[in-house]
Design a protein around this ligand. Structure first.
Ligand SMILES: Cc1cc2nc3c(=O)[nH]c(=O)nc-3n(C[C@H](O)[C@H](O)[C@H](O)COP(=O)(O)O)c2cc1C
Length: 307
């Protein structure tokens, strides 16, 4: 064991996280759902379930379907609406300790901006702008597929939430991800998170129809990790704002690969369902790795590229 002094804290868009491990949106509710299952106060941050201006009931029919090394979901942004979130969920979420990140979704530039304005006046620490949800018919991922469409949401949200750091969550389904990423940065994103789920599907061969009412759903979990990692690696070459990596992270080793590729922090989603202590184990594991191999800051884990 090396006796290097180790610091695992990271500052993203002016917000200090005590460590770089954040609960991913839609997989950690509003935090309280996991009380007693892990020490929530140890987490670096928590992203809320996707929030919209008005309440949403979410999608009908099957919503979750396990696949080999992954999970398909079609939740459809079920949430109580931003006002109710601020009144009923945010006070308890604030008490938990980690940085609070509100995941914001919408169907038009106007309702995204109206939602952002409400969050701007609340006590959240940061907004994660979701332009990448594959499970809603209007808006969502459609904005994240094209650079100009993405900028058309980021710009008004940036303006409406002038007091809050803005992280934009990208879709891996974009044909030219680096063009979308650059457009978001140019439109005012302080950080980017990636990836949201991959558009995918399953078919029930006995009913002879798609499993999900929307036909397609979003794929997450270990199956997507190597692709998400490749996307972080590529964006880290050109994008100058911090990148938060996610997609299939389930172990310390997985998280370390993302730091080596250039991520400033990571999020963990699907892995928490099967094993709620995944994130706290990763936090401990990162520190042990840093001590063992003599890294004093997370930044030092990043691979320095010579090409
Ligand atoms: C059940 C479920 C619900 C999700 N809901 C949201 C959401 O509301 N907003 C969002 O930005 N991402 C949502 N996601 C995507 C995750 O935050 C994450 O980007 C994705 O699952 C990849 O990470 P993972 O493989 O660690 O789960 C959801 C994922 C799952 C599995």
């Amino acid at each position: 064991m090396n006796d290097t002094a180790v610091t695992t804290d990271v500052t993203i868009a002016g917000i200090r996280f005590k460590n770089p491990v954040i609960a991913a949106s839609g997989t950690f509710g509003y935090g309280k759902e996991y009380k007693g299952l892990l020490d929530i106060s140890r987490l670096g941050g928590i992203c809320t379930k996707g929030l919209t201006l008005n309440p949403r009931q979410g999608n009908r029919g099957t919503r979750l379907w396990e696949t080999a090394a992954g999970l398909l979901n079609s939740i459809g942004l079920e949430n109580p609406g931003i006002k109710t979130f601020i009144e009923k969920e945010l006070p308890a979420l604030r008490q938990l300790g980690p940085v609070v990140i509100a995941n914001l979704s919408g169907s038009t530039a106007e309702d995204y901006a109206e939602g952002a304005a409400l969050l701007n006046d609340s006590s959240i620490d940061m907004i994660e702008l979701n332009i990448s949800c594959p499970n809603v018919k209007a808006g969502g991922m459609a904005f994240g597929l094209d650079p100009e469409a993405a900028a058309s949401i980021v710009r008004p949200v940036r303006k409406a939430a002038a007091n809050k750091p803005l992280m934009v969550k990208l879709s891996p389904n974009a044909p030219d991800l680096s063009a979308v990423a650059q457009a978001c940065v140019n439109a005012g994103a302080d950080a980017l998170s990636l990836v949201n789920t991959f558009k995918a599907m399953a078919i029930d061969i006995y009913k002879r129809k798609p499993v999900f009412d929307n036909k397609s759903a979003g794929l997450s979990g270990p199956a997507i990790k190597p692709i998400a990692l490749r996307m972080i690696w590529e964006l880290a070459e050109t994008i100058k704002v911090p990148l938060v990596g996610l997609g299939g992270i389930a172990s310390t080793e997985d998280a370390l690969e993302f730091f080596a590729a250039g991520a400033a922090a990571v999020q963990v989603g699907t892995a928490t369902f099967a094993h709620p202590e995944t994130m706290t184990e990763i936090i401990t594991g990162i520190e042990l790795y840093m001590r063992k191999f003599g890294f004093s800051t997370l930044d030092e884990i990043k691979i320095q590229r010579t090409l």
